[in-house]
Design a protein around this ligand. Structure first.
Ligand code: NAD
Ligand code: DAU
Length: 354
């Protein structure tokens, strides 16, 4: 008899797969249902090692389909939801905002309705709806001394961040209006194994392997705060179990890098790992047209989470980056599989439609 039934959405994606693995292996008495539409970003290969665990179930489905979601809540008596399913790539949101509205906004509201309706009879006792969100909802920073706090006003500036901000607002509105027990976390840029190679770090790794150009947007001056994906999964575990209903927790690595410096570091690590003379990969750097509306700097203040719930990042960035490179070099088949088909069309259109 499982002590808790938890729905994790988007569990076949990058972060979701690390969260699913952590929960399935750490809590053998929980039943974990992974709901994923398996878009281009979802890949069950990410979960091969745990797919036969008795406490793991996969359900293929779309969170935009309200009837399907209602039926899923009837089929399983969920105690909690950890909601990660989303369209997650900023560049794609610039070319196709509507799919971000559908999944990130409508899909989230469908899940909120289903949770509210399934749980209200019990007075929400022991229930929890956890929304996994992003620091991009806070906009961009210019003052180098400034950090995003949980109290920072929302100022989303891309269609992606506008859709995530909207879903955050709905989650909090359901807490206020229907008393749905919710927690929200807003995290900085993740990196690590299973990261889809449209995002900066895995894209650069893949391109270096193949000696392709390394497209740096604008002047490469934009700053991101990087966190190892397993540290994000650990934070989600801590917040799911110990976070206070109605609260928001910022998650970040206190680890800011200018894009161009990060790409230089990656080139150095890759040259070493591939046995190429130092300076080989740097020559591949190509400055390309900037992303429309490109946010200058993100930086998270994660002190609330650290002080109140005792979480802290476990890995130094250089160590995490080197182990990430090792993972990609050991998993070239994974890379080959996800970079065929649709990905090639996307990659070409990125540079022809600008
Ligand atoms: P991802 O794109 O790698 O994975 C998203 C997953 O959601 C995929 O498995 C996809 O198949 C699934 N999905 C998409 N649309 C769906 C739908 N309509 N119905 C069901 N499943 C659907 O994303 P990620 O980088 O792992 O991000 C996961 C979550 O964390 C997102 O909500 C994102 O906004 C948030 N987040 C990401 C980062 C980051 O750096 N990647 C940082 C902070 C927050
Ligand atoms: O901050 C959290 C967010 O981080 C998440 O909510 C998003 O889901 C996630 O995709 C990520 O968004 P970014 O836009 O910051 O990540 P991305 O990897 O796309 O880009 C990182 C930086 O690198 C950004 O400044 C744009 C730049 N870049 C990106 C790509 C893909 C390049 O210079 N060249 C590239 O080819």
């Amino acid at each position: 008899m499982q002590s808790k039934h938890i729905l994790i959405t988007g569990g076949a994606g990058f972060i979701g797969s690390h969260v699913v693995r952590l929960f399935v292996t750490k809590y053998p008495d929980y039943q974990i249902v992974n709901l994923d539409k398996l878009t281009y970003a979802g890949n069950l290969e990410n979960l091969k090692d745990i797919q036969d665990f008795p406490n793991y179930i996969f359900e293929k489905g779309d969170i935009v389909d309200a009837d399907f979601i209602t039926a899923l809540f009837q089929k399983y008596n969920f105690d909690g939801v950890i909601h990660l399913a989303a369209e997650s790539h900023v560049d794609r949101s610039i070319t196709d905002p509507m799919s971000f509205v559908m999944t990130n906004v409508i899909g989230t509201v469908n899940l909120l309705n289903a949770a509210r309706d399934a749980w209200k009879a019990s007075g929400f006792e022991g229930k929890r709806f956890y929304h996994v969100s992003t620091d991009e909802v806070y906009g961009e920073l210019h003052d180098p001394e400034e950090f995003f706090l949980e109290t920072t006003s929302y100022d989303p500036r891309s269609p992606y961040s506008a859709s995530k901000a909207s879903s955050d607002h709905f989650v909090r509105a359901y807490h206020n209006t229907y008393k749905l027990p919710v927690v929200v976390s807003n995290c900085s840029n993740n990196y690590g194994p299973n990261h889809f190679p449209e995002k900066l770090i895995p894209l650069m790794i893949n391109n270096i392997i193949h000696n392709f150009p390394l497209p740096v947007y604008g002047k490469g001056e934009n700053v991101r705060d990087w966190l190892f994906v397993k540290d994000h999964a650990r934070a989600i575990d801590v917040i799911y179990h110990n976070g206070v209903n109605g609260e928001t927790y910022n998650i970040g690595g206190f680890n800011e890098w200018k894009n161009i410096d990060l790409v230089h570091l990656l080139c150095k690590i890759m040259d070493e790992k591939l046995g190429r003379p130092e300076g080989t990969s740097v020559k591949l750097i190509t400055y390309v047209q900037d992303r429309a509306g490109h946010d200058l700097r993100y930086a998270i203040d994660a002190n609330k989470l650290m002080k109140e719930l005792g979480w802290e990042p476990s890995l130094q960035f250089e160590e995490g980056l080197a182990s990430t490179v090792d993972w990609y070099l050991a998993n070239t088949n994974w890379l080959k599989n996800v970079t065929s088909g649709d990905y090639l069309n996307y990659y070409e259109s990125m540079y022809t439609n600008r």
